[in-house]
Design a protein around this ligand. Structure first.
Ligand code: DAH
Length: 350
């Protein structure tokens, strides 16, 4: 039996030592120390030994069992540590590697143009006013001196929602809404109204059923055409360069009298004539005029005491001219190859 125990011990120890993973080690534990293993078998045979030999063999068997249990548990520790190290190695992150910078995007070209104009007017003491895109026929047309059946309504094909509501065709209704609620004891009206407008147009390179406008309105005592001219000159120079000159041509809008259209001297050729200005040296930018007395009166303003000017322009046109964009649809389809070309100069802005 002594021999049996010794062989068992050395054989088991050898195998435990050679075990290369936890599963093999566990199988060895079951094999040598389990109920059906050789140790149990040996214990069973103890009864056959003499009274003298039994305790000796008994304690020897116990020693072998303890030795094997310890060998297994120390091997288990070694294998477990190795497994953890392996895992750590696989999951190691090199924190010194340079990171991937997230793309933070940039403001859309149209937003940049609108904000540039807003900043300029805010700098001159204007406030920003907004109105609804689903507008009453009254504000979009009637309050602007365009009664029902007025032929000039045809200048703007409209999306009607009901008989009295439509998607606004211009930002001019914000003029009427502003005038209606203004309190002149707090000073003159000086607002700009940026926003989306809608027209029943077929989309092509220069038309869109939805676009943006910026409306300007100044009403107070002694506001004259000279104020309008001065304001438009500043606008032209700010948006298109210090050297720009303006030209005012007589025109017609129902809500202004007199009405004018403003051209700027061509920023490409300086006025000599080129492709951008179609050889004329001038580029048409916006419509404007002195607010029609009917419009003032309809909004409850005394036209014998107060006067004012208004203007309306399209940020799309400004953006397209300034950055030589040849198709208005580029401004709406959000192709990153296009939008990414106009990185906002402001830092940290999305
Ligand atoms: N609302 C006009 C349009 O959409 C533009 C316009 C012209 C606005 C003259 C004005 C103005 O305020 O005075 O065609």
């Amino acid at each position: 039996m002594l021999e049996q125990l010794q062989t068992l011990k050395s054989e088991a120890e050898k195998q435990i030592n050679e075990a290369s993973d936890l599963k093999t080690l566990n199988d060895l534990r079951v094999k040598y120390l389990g109920k059906k293993g050789p140790m149990t078998e040996i214990m069973k045979q103890m009864g056959k030994l003499s009274a003298e030999e039994r305790p000796k063999m008994g304690s020897l068997a116990n020693e072998v069992r303890t030795a094997l249990t310890e060998a297994i548990s120390s091997k288990q520790q070694i294998l477990e540590t190795a497994a953890i190290n392996e895992k750590l190695k696989a999951e190691t992150i090199d924190v010194t590697l340079p990171g991937t910078a997230p793309s933070i995007g940039t403001k859309h070209l149209l937003t940049q143009v609108i904000e540039e104009m807003e900043d300029m007017f805010i700098g001159m003491g204007y406030e920003i006013a907004e109105g609804p895109e689903v507008e009453l026929d009254y504000y979009n047309f009637e309050a602007l001196n365009l009664p029902k059946d007025h032929p000039a309504r045809d200048m703007q094909d409209s999306f009607y929602i009901t008989e009295n509501t439509l998607l606004r065709t211009q930002t001019s209704p914000v003029q009427a809404r502003t005038m209606e609620k203004h309190d002149f004891s707090k000073g003159p009206i000086k607002v700009i109204c940026p926003g989306k407008v809608y027209r029943r147009d077929n989309d092509d390179a220069t038309h869109s059923h939805q676009f943006t406008q910026i409306e300007g309105l100044v009403v107070g005592e002694n506001i004259t055409f000279a104020d309008l001219k001065g304001t438009l000159t500043v606008l032209a120079k700010t948006m298109f360069g210090e050297e720009r000159e303006i030209r005012l041509r007589p025109s017609f809008f129902p809500f202004t009298e007199p009405s004018v259209e403003m051209d700027i001297s061509c920023f490409k050729c300086g006025g000599k004539g080129c492709r951008v200005c179609k050889g004329t040296g001038w580029i048409e930018i916006l419509g404007s005029g002195m607010v029609h007395p009917n419009v003032l009166e309809m909004s409850g303003i005394d036209s014998t005491r107060y006067s004012g000017f208004a203007f309306g322009l399209g940020p799309e046109r400004v953006a397209m001219l300034k950055y030589a964009v040849d198709d208005i649809r580029h401004l709406y389809t959000n192709d990153l190859r296009f939008t990414k070309q106009f990185q906002s100069t402001e830092t940290g802005e999305i």
